[in-house]
Design a protein around this ligand. Structure first.
Ligand SMILES: [Zn+2]
Length: 86
C-alpha cells in the first residue's frame, strides 16, 4: 500500500487521551470481551468511550493511557477490542 498521495486522516480528527480514571468508568459497562465471549462480544470498546466522553466517533481517535481489563477474564482490552456491554 502506498499512502503517499492520499492522506486518509480527516482534517478535524480529534485525538483524545483516555486516562485511567475514565477507563475504569468504561470498564463498568463491559460484561465480557471477545476473548471470553467470542459469540456475544460484537461492539468495539471505543463505542463505550464514545458515549462516556460524548465524542463524535467519526472524528475521534482514542489513546488509552493503559489497556482496560475485562471484568470477566481480565484480558487486556484496547479501543478496537470487541466487547459485550452490560
Ligand atoms: Zn473477557
Amino acid at each position: 500500500m502506498t499512502g503517499e498521495f492520499f492522506d486518509p486522516i480527516p482534517e478535524k480528527l480529534n485525538v483524545l487521551l483516555i486516562e485511567s480514571r475514565t477507563l475504569h468508568e468504561a470498564e463498568r459497562f463491559i460484561e465480557s470481551c471477545e476473548y471470553c465471549n467470542p459469540v456475544g462480544a460484537e461492539i468495539p470498546f471505543d463505542c463505550i468511550l464514545d458515549s462516556i466522553t460524548a465524542s463524535d466517533p467519526s472524528v475521534t481517535e482514542y489513546i488509552l493511557e493503559e489497556p482496560a481489563k475485562c471484568p470477566h477474564c481480565r484480558h487486556e482490552i484496547l479501543e478496537k477490542t470487541l466487547i459485550e456491554p452490560e
